[in-house]
Design a binder for this molecule. Structure first.
Ligand code: TXE
Length: 480
């Protein structure tokens, strides 16, 4: 049994209460590690350590801060195989995906912001002969980051990297469902020589330590990725305290396939966009709209590929579809499949829990599921399922495609597949989403604004947006 510890003031230590939670391997259903159930005493300890570290870290030259973060990125890159394996065990995702996406992006995030801070500049506004304004962008101080279980180290580093690069000190809470890689990461921080107290990692459940972080008066900003219901609760707590908030929440993303798309590559990419990470990515396209003339042909080719996805042990290199993250989450996904049937949906493939042989016999596997015959208004098409479930529906023209796409409370991401360039640009303008992909999906440039509109969140991450979020602008007005 592995024991995970908190990371406070540069030390790996158990929670003050000595209380631990069980951590389950989703592919087997077995408990394999123990994680701290941290409390407010642990938080006070972390905040005191962060406070002590703040003057030196925020006052350090940008070059020195960037150099330390680059060393950390190197350590993460050197440990990428170990981290990918740990992520596959902890989360249930295929190890090939954990290598290509999760551990790769963890080091890329840190390296990107280590470089970005050296290029960060602030504004100046001339008042002609009267004077000049310039804007200082200082670190906020102590900031909190709360991250989810679907891309554990990827999203953890996506938040802490800009926060640290901008000169803040951080109290970070990884998901209690997938704590392992953040724990391994804390050891890499020591190896890379990150000064004590600059980053403090507290493990534990959202309702306890997560809520305590949001409530803490000395933590001035919170960057959160997770479910919309949790986001609402967090906003209700933080708003009266006037905290800066960045919320990256759920999605119910539409995929618009037009008859003039590049057929083969579109089918490949749309399968990937629906089922990557077992559909547990906030950007996954779970409502697939297909222009009527190619509906049947597309459906057939799509189903053939979906049925070919290799479901298996996440630790086998050939596995393409692993386990869902937990028993409760699997139960939620299965209950949505039952709901879809009750709503009149026809399950074209999948639709059930899979029992594998051997090591993974009791794991949380659900087959990739494709459903048709459901209207936009039903719950299956309105609520975030966050699993390997997508629906297919035909459409007849551009206007109908846009209105179907925009017809939920969410607005995170959408993708458009067509060779008609002017249509693509026109639709991009009309689609009510933070991210529009044209003939691609999950094509990421870390400089671009990342986030959603409507119930998908508030604020943007990535590039300058993240550095602006983690700094406080102060205008200085000088009269000549
Ligand atoms: O996420 P939570 P859950 C969606 C997805 C999923 C649903 C619920 O639809 O089925 O959300 O998942 C911490 N104060 N997404 O319940 O609870 C928690 O410990 C402070 C979409 O697992 O939102 C974890 O670290 N923190 C999503 C983090 O919030 C709290 C990714 C996210 O967990 C807290 C994950 C509280 N009161 C789920 N309660 C995406 N946008 O990518 C919980 N937490």
């Amino acid at each position: 049994m592995q024991i995970i510890n908190n990371f406070i003031d540069g030390e790996l230590i158990p929670p003050s209460s000595q209380q631990f939670l069980e951590n389950v391997e989703p592919a087997t259903g077995n408990v394999y590690s123990q994680i701290p159930e941290s409390n407010r005493d642990d938080l006070s300890h972390a905040v005191a350590a962060a406070k002590k570290a703040l003057p030196e870290w925020s006052g350090m030259s940008i070059e020195d801060r960037a150099r330390i973060l680059t060393r950390l990125a190197d350590e993460v890159e050197n440990a990428s195989d170990e981290l990918a394996k740990a992520e596959a065990i902890d989360n249930g995702k295929p190890i090939s995906l954990a290598k290509a996406v999760d551990s790769y992006r963890a080091s890329a995030n840190i390296r990107f912001f280590a470089q970005a801070i050296t290029q960060f500049s602030s504004e100046s506004h001339s008042m002609g002969n009267e004077g000049i304004n310039y804007t200082l962008r200082d670190p906020i101080g102590i900031v909190g980051t709360i991250s989810p279980w679907n891309l554990p180290l990827y999203l953890f580093t996506w938040k802490i990297a800009p926060a640290l690069a901008a000169g803040n000190v951080v109290i970070a809470k990884p998901s209690e469902v997938t704590p392992m890689t953040a724990f391994l990461f804390s050891k890499l921080c020591v190896k890379a020589g990150l000064p004590r107290g600059v980053l403090n990692i507290l493990h534990g459940s959202g309702g306890n330590i997560g809520q305590a972080i949001v409530e803490h008066p000395e933590i001035k900003a919170i960057s959160f990725t997770g479910g919309t219901a949790t986001g609402k609760k967090l906003a209700a707590t933080a708003a009266p305290m006037f905290k800066k908030l960045s919320l990256e929440l759920g999605g119910k993303n539409p995929t618009l396939v037009f008859a003039d798309c590049d057929f083969e590559s579109t089918v490949n990419q749309v399968v990937r966009s629906a089922f990557a990470n077992q559909g547990q990515i906030c950007l996954c396209g779970s409502r697939i709209y297909i222009e009527r003339p190619i509906y049947e042909k597309f459906k057939e080719a799509f189903l053939r590929q979906v049925e070919d996805l290799k479901i298996g042990d996440p630790l086998e290199l050939s596995t393409q579809h692993g386990a869902l993250v937990s028993q409760p989450h699997m139960d939620k996904v299965l209950s949505y499949i039952e709901l879809a049937k009750k709503e009149g949906g026809q399950v074209l493939t999948g639709g059930e829990r899979i029992t594998l042989k051997g090591r993974c016999e009791t794991g949380f596997f659900v087959s990739p599921t494709v459903i048709e015959g459901l209207p936009l208004s039903c719950r299956t098409n309105q609520e975030e399922i966050f699993g390997p479930v997508c629906t297919l529906q035909p459409f007849d023209n551009d206007d109908e495609a846009v209105s179907l796409a925009n017809g939920t409370e969410y607005g995170l991401a959408t993708s458009v597949w067509s060779n008609n360039l002017s249509r693509c640009h026109r639709l991009a303008k009309q689609l009510d989403f933070g991210i529009v992909w044209i003939n691609c999906w999950l094509q990421r440039d870390l400089r671009t604004p990342f986030g959603g509109v409507k119930a998908s969140g508030v604020g943007r991450e990535g590039g300058l947006e993240a550095l602006r979020f983690f700094t406080e602008p102060k205008n200085v007005c000088v009269k000549y």
